[in-house]
Design a protein around this ligand. Structure first.
Ligand code: PLP
Length: 399
């Protein structure tokens, strides 16, 4: 363990893997906006390709900006190594391409981000991979879903958009107890390592849409995978380099590194504001149901209290006491909350999962996954929460 690894979360989110540049020592890592790196001679080039000498070759195989972020997120998640990719879907598909081969089976939660669902159920099945989905809040269903050829178990720490919390240590313990070589892959996008660290609870790989809270400013699309050194080496050299080519640009990696430096203080405010807004929504007569793990009414509030540190996240899902048309008018009339997909940004974003982020699901699959047509998803931003509440209240009062 390096001395930096013994430091606290905030110190590591700022300092881990900051490259030392001889004779210049810039405080912020410069942007290495280069596609390739010049070798001193042919022997050096050959040694780098053979993996006998450390050093950069070509940005698809590694770049100082991307490597800094990969190592930093690995440290924050409590993993040995990390790799940054061009998007969350790049990280997810690169990881799955690496861990799976034809004939393997994936057991996944029913409620997943729409494009992850599409990657599994219309993408990977084309290549001889079998996929089944069960409800991951039910350990019996998981146990019954494991098959002799199951190679990957896949779920989200907090499912999208129904905000179900996965009991990671119970799931990983069950799965590894049945078949130790199954890789438990967890999407930790909604929660971030500041609130829950799945690897410490027994998961094998963590993936992120770094587009969301890790970057936090709505100006980057990127993804990260974190795991053991061996698995990340495979994901970087097979899943990313050869299969998806989902390489992050140096500028995006630079912005992502800057965003991560304030992750803890942003998450603290997202959590505090989301708690207040969820409580407000629950108290309003026009609101039928609120899903937020920090509310006593959340079906897994006790589990959430055990798993979450520092707060219960920035995502709130709710349903209104009105028909679809009136709910659309409510969303369209808000002035501060922006109607947009994505999440984890400084701005509060509101969206309709059934017709937007989860439009890859058929109506039957949505119903099976517990994603109701009436659900509205709010990503609470960093504005003054009373202003967000006032915006919501003004329109709710009209229903
Ligand atoms: N995982 C989750 C939970 C998401 O919400 C998203 C995007 O919304 C993704 C993965 C995909 O990430 P990206 O859009 O960066 O490819």
């Amino acid at each position: 363990m390096s001395c930096m690894e013994k430091k606290g979360f905030a110190t590591r989110q700022i300092h881990v893997a900051h490259p030392h540049l001889e004779g210049i020592s810039p405080l912020a890592t410069p942007i290495f906006q280069t596609s390739t790196f010049v070798f001193d001679n042919t022997a050096q080039g050959a040694a780098r390709f053979a993996g006998e000498q450390e050093g950069y070759i070509y940005t698809r195989l590694g770049n100082p900006n991307a490597n800094e972020v990969g190592a930093k997120v690995a440290s924050l998640e409590g993993g040995e190594a990390g790799v940054v990719m061009a998007s969350g879907m790049g990280a997810i598909s690169g990881t799955l391409w690496t861990l799976l081969k034809a004939g393997d089976h994936v057991l996944a939660d029913r409620a997943l981000y729409g494009c992850t669902y599409a990657c599994l159920t219309t993408g990977l099945i084309r290549y001889g991979i079998e996929v089944t989905q069960v409800d991951f809040s039910n350990l019996e269903e998981i146990k019954n879903g494991i098959q002799p050829n199951t190679a990957v178990v896949y779920f989200e720490t907090e499912s999208n958009p129904d905000l179900k919390i996965a009991d990671i240590s119970a799931i990983a313990g069950l799965v590894h107890g049945l078949k130790p070589d199954i890789k438990v892959v967890v999407d930790n996008t909604f929660v971030t390592p500041y609130l829950i660290r799945p690897l410490e609870l027994g998961a094998d790989v963590v993936v992120h849409s770094a587009t969301k809270y890790l970057n936090g400013h709505g100006d980057v699309v990127a993804g990260v995978a974190v795991s053991s050194k061996e698995i990340i080496h495979e994901i970087a050299h097979y899943g990313m380099k050869d299969m998806t080519g989902a390489v992050v640009g140096p500028f995006e990696a630079f912005l992502l590194n800057r965003g991560i430096k304030t992750l803890d203080i942003r998450m603290t405010k997202h959590c505090a504001s989301a708690q207040r807004i969820a409580e407000f929504l629950e108290s309003h007569s026009a609101v039928k149901k609120v899903l937020y793990p920090g509310l006593k009414s959340h079906p897994q509030h006790e589990l959430a209290k055990r798993l979450f540190e520092h707060g219960f996240g920035g995502m709130v899902t709710f349903e209104l006491n009105c028909d679809k048309k009136r709910a659309e008018t409510f969303i369209n009339s808000l002035s501060l909350c922006a109607l947009a997909v994505s999440l984890g940004d400084t701005e509060t974003l509101i969206e309709h999962p059934a017709s937007m982020t989860h439009s890859t699901y058929s109506p039957e699959a949505l119903a099976e996954a517990g994603i109701r047509e009436s659900m509205i998803r709010l990503s609470v931003g960093l504005e003054d929460p009373e202003d967000v509440i006032a915006d919501l209240k003004e329109q709710l009062d009209k229903i």
